[in-house]
Ligand binder design. Structure first.
Ligand SMILES: NC(=O)c1ccc[n+]([C@@H]2O[C@H](COP(=O)([O-])OP(=O)(O)OC[C@H]3O[C@@H](n4cnc5c(N)ncnc54)[C@H](OP(=O)(O)O)[C@@H]3O)[C@@H](O)[C@H]2O)c1
Length: 267
């Protein structure tokens, strides 16, 4: 199977790398307007080009990873080569309905991965279009599995997913930065604080996701009466950390909704 990744920017390059390293594709064709910046992706299995039409023509699965603002031109370029093919869009704000107007004969899957795809650890939410068969869906899932885990969601949740897990790595990076600053404040050297903060985050996340521990249960495991943790949690709650995170995700969802509406209105 040949997979084309149209628009190898930050997310396109990350997913192309995962697909190329997996056994799924015989070849990955990666496109960009300026492909010279993709040298590190070059390998016998990866073809780098600026020719979207040729990439779409040769591929069995086409991934669209340009920004929404560049979608119109790219959709027009590839449309004639998409009949009966699986097209996975990773573009925020572009709905299945808008995609199907441009690519009426494609098997469409709308998706939202995150940048952890670059190390094979993405979580990708996806919604299949009505025309997608069980076999198509299995193929699409195999592609998504090459760069992480995936979960099906109704399309109505896509803006919220964009805000939670699409933007999520940035929130976590801010959190880690804050923990490193906190470590510095109490005398821990920067490199040690970074190691402590990142491993604490991944270890905690693994306990929650792999052992099925509830977050509140985990918090209670660490929080002893009159101990150090409750002193820290007290300050976190005073700083309204939960409200801040909920507000952040809600604001990002509204931002995604505004962009989606702008594209609908411009149609
Ligand atoms: N970044 C993330 O973490 C993330 C996560 C999930 C979803 N997304 C979605 O993925 C899409 C891309 O985001 P991004 O952050 O990866 O943006 P980006 O880094 O700007 O990448 C977009 C790429 O598309 C290429 N491109 C633009 N027009 C093209 C054309 N006509 N033909 C071929 N390539 C073209 C650009 O190439 P040139 O540089 O050569 O112009 C650029 O490398 C967005 O819709 C975003 O919402 C991003």
């Amino acid at each position: 199977m040949i997979v084309a990744v149209i628009g190898a920017g930050k997310i396109g390059e990350a997913v192309a790398r995962g697909i190329a390293h997996s056994g799924f594709a015989s070849q990955v064709i990666v496109t960009k307007r300026n492909p010279s910046t993709l040298k590190s992706l070059r390998s016998p299995k990866v073809l780098i080009t600026s020719d979207n039409r040729e990439a779409a023509k040769r591929a069995g699965v086409i991934i669209l990873a340009v920004k929404a603002g560049d979608a119109k031109g790219v959709l027009e370029e590839v449309a004639e080569f998409t009949e009966g093919k699986i097209v996975i869009s990773m573009m925020a704000a572009i709905s299945l309905r808008m995609l199907s107007e441009s690519l009426p004969k494609a098997k469409l899957v709308r998706s939202m991965p995150n940048i952890a795809a670059s190390i094979g650890e993405a979580i990708t939410a996806y919604t299949p279009g009505k025309e997608v068969t069980r076999k198509d869906l299995a193929t699409a899932r195999s592609v998504l599995s090459t760069f992480g885990e995936h979960i099906e969601v109704p399309e109505s949740l896509m803006n919220a997913v964009t805000a939670l897990s699409g933007s999520g790595p940035a929130y976590i990076a801010v959190l880690i930065e804050a923990m490193v600053s906190a470590g510095l404040k109490v005398g821990i050297p920067r490199d040690i604080a970074l190691k402590l903060a990142t491993k604490t985050l991944t270890g905690t996340a693994d306990m929650l996701s792999k052992n099925g521990v509830h977050p509140a249960e985990l918090r209670d495991l660490v929080t002893t009466p009159a101990g150090t943790t409750i002193a820290g949690i007290y300050e976190l709650e005073k700083g309204a950390v939960r409200t801040s995170i909920m507000n952040a995700v809600e604001a990002a969802t509204q931002a995604a909704e505004r962009v989606a509406k702008k594209f609908q209105d411009d149609e």
